[in-house]
Design a protein around this ligand. Structure first.
Ligand code: C5P
Length: 223
């Protein structure tokens, strides 16, 4: 049984405001996608990265032989489907679907998702408690929507890890528009369980996320 991974990196990352795709932004001298691949490689035997079609050469260079690079699609869902195809999975393999933007996720969390699948779950995702107070979006009059009980909610991270047959089926039959893979699998009735996520599994999204990414990278590089 192979442990394989798709690392999605085909987004533009426009919210970061960089002049290159987000996954090519350098953190402590290494592209974000290279950090992500290095950490996934601690766990997975085969890794496919989905890259923006116009930047394939730069991504091949960035991953430095540790992953295969393929062109991503219009949406994250399309990109994951292309990555799964490129992995040539057997049904009983285990596949991690991970966002390059969550480049610093702890490999122990990745291992916990794999363990949950080995123990019989169809899929497993890391989740963390919500720290902000949550309310419904305000109406046109500016009045806040109803309060939401944050204790009842969790924020979802990646990797989202599945038996390969489940991931393939979810992406073959799932409806368009889902923002994550677990939603696709769950809508088909698969049992997806939660494991505890890690604060380093945050998604590098805005420029204000970069100082934390740099601090983590410096810590990982420290002798
Ligand atoms: O845009 P968002 O933050 O939800 O993207 C999550 C991940 O999906 C990022 O790592 C991004 O590079 C990837 N993605 C992709 N193909 C797309 C859009 C996003 O691989 N077409």
């Amino acid at each position: 049984m192979t442990i394989a991974a798709v690392v999605t990196a085909a987004g533009s990352g426009s919210r970061l405001g960089a002049d290159v795709p987000k996954a090519l932004v350098h953190i402590e001298g290494r592209a974000l996608v290279a950090w992500a691949v290095a950490r996934v490689r601690e766990i997975a035997d085969a890794v496919v990265v989905t890259a923006p079609p116009a930047h394939l050469g730069a991504f091949v260079e960035a991953v430095d032989g540790l992953a295969t690079v393929v062109a991503g699609g219009q949406t994250r869902q399309d990109s994951v489907a292309l990555g799964l195809t490129a992995l040539d999975l057997a049904d009983d393999d285990i596949v991690l679907i991970h966002d390059a933007a969550r480049a610093f996720q702890d490999p122990a969390i990745m291992a916990a998702t794999i363990a949950a699948v080995r123990e019989g779950a169809d899929g497993a995702v890391p989740v963390v408690p919500v720290v902000d107070t949550l309310v419904g979006a305000p109406g046109r009059d500016g009045v806040l929507g109803d309060a939401v009980n944050r204790e009842a909610l969790r924020a979802v991270q990646t990797p989202q890890t599945f038996r390969a047959a489940v991931a393939l089926d979810a992406h073959r039959r799932g409806t368009a528009g889902a923002t994550d893979d677990a939603s696709l699998a769950r809508e088909l009735g698969y049992r997806v369980v939660a494991v505890d996520g890690h604060e380093w599994g945050f998604k590098v999204t805005r420029a204000s996320d970069l100082p934390l990414a740099i601090a983590i990278a410096a810590q990982l590089e420290a002798p």
